[in-house]
Ligand binder design. Structure first.
Ligand SMILES: C[S@@+](CC[C@H](N)C(=O)[O-])C[C@H]1O[C@@H](n2cnc3c(N)ncnc32)[C@H](O)[C@@H]1O
Length: 333
């Protein structure tokens, strides 16, 4: 179930240690790791369109010990949701574009029940070397080829391209994960429109094929999900030395396919956190082209705590403007 807690499993921790050992580092060296993470963060801020400097020791350190685990968790959440929807039926081969150190493949292997053969398209030979050190096995391709694989995945790598590449549309199945910034996420929602025009069905997070209310109804909104996870001790020790923390993780994603989305009783998804206001509590939902909220009136008691990003059945209640006033418990995944 997508709402259950996520964690870094012992297998992944062992892989991280193995990849850090040649750098004379380990997850217990919080000071060294924090210095590298700080430098990588500065790089992302100062050079947002710059190429990841994979050959620098500090970059390798930061990527192995921090950015890989976080993107593994993000990808795990998406894989788990796609798996729940039956998305991986018939998927035997995957191309991961801009694979980096392979968080998508690691998440796939941890979450998806049916195995698939992986190929990567990755311009950094250093990243490829490190992901092999992490124990991943894959073929390396020069460019994505939709005729040779069932699924294309791209995590935090479309954002490095100026416009959606034509080869994307050669794949029948897509899993795209992007940073949850307003700019990247809205670019992904623009891509959603193109994908729908070109015959794709949205499997997740969207519950419909109509216009996205977060894109079309407000210039300030963007669709992003939040996941809760248990930070291990070594990560807490690193973050204690940093000016930023990631107690929860956000992400924007699309799971799309040329296959029809299976119909389900759960026709609405929570796309916001619960907000307590005077006299009521509201939570943004998505079930069509309008910006809508579940609303619980304070006079009827405490609101239901529904995790963000889960699918729900429509409860009993009544619509009032952009609110659906909930009058029965909401069943959700
Ligand atoms: C921000 S990293 C993301 C890595 C990984 N997918 C993740 O989720 O952590 C983007 C990766 O895409 C790769 N990349 C960007 N453009 C590429 C291209 N045109 N061809 C191959 N690799 C590319 C970069 O080398 C980098 O490793």
């Amino acid at each position: 179930m997508i709402s259950s807690a996520f964690a870094l499993n012992p297998d992944l921790t062992a892989r991280l240690e193995k990849a850090l050992a040649p750098l004379n580092l380990s997850l217990s060296k919080a000071g060294d790791l924090a210095t590298a993470v700080q430098r990588q963060s500065d790089f992302y801020i100062n050079e947002p369109t710059g190429r990841t400097p994979w050959s620098d020791r500090w970059c390798q350190t930061a990527q192995i010990s921090y950015y890989l685990p976080l993107n593994f968790l993000r990808a795990s959440r998406v894989m788990r949701e796609a798996q729940r929807l039956g998305f991986f039926e018939g998927i035997r081969s995957v191309v991961d574009f801009g694979a980096g150190l392979g968080p998508v493949q690691l998440a796939y292997e941890a979450e998806v029940q049916s195995p698939a053969r992986f190929s990567v398209v990755e311009r950094s030979s250093e990243a490829i070397r490190l992901s092999r050190l992490l124990g991943l096995e894959f073929d390396v391709l020069e460019r994505p080829d939709g005729k040779r694989a069932d699924l294309l995945t791209a995590s935090y790598s479309l954002t490095e391209l100026a416009s959606p590449p034509e080869w994307l549309f050669d794949f029948d199945n897509l899993i795209l994960i992007e940073p949850s910034t307003r700019q990247d996420s809205r670019a992904l929602l623009e891509l959603r429109k193109i994908l729908i025009d070109r015959g794709y069905q949205m499997w997740a997070p969207c519950t419909h094929q109509e216009g996205c209310p977060l894109l079309e109804k407000s210039p300030a909104d963007w669709c992003h999900d939040r996941l809760h996870f248990d930070r291990p001790e070594w990560m807490l020790a690193v973050e204690k030395r940093l000016p930023f923390q990631n107690p929860t993780l956000t992400l924007s994603y699309l799971v799309a396919s040329r296959r029809p989305r299976p119909s389900t009783k759960q026709t609405v998804r929570t796309v916001g956190d619960l907000m307590r206001e005077k006299g009521k509590a509201r939570q943004m939902i998505c079930r069509g082209p309008e910006r809508e909220f579940f609303a619980w009136m304070a006079r009827h008691g405490e609101p239901q705590e529904i995790p963000r990003g889960v699918l729900c059945e429509m409860p009993a209640g009544e619509s009032k403007s952009n609110e659906f006033r909930v009058q029965s418990p909401v069943a959700h995944t």
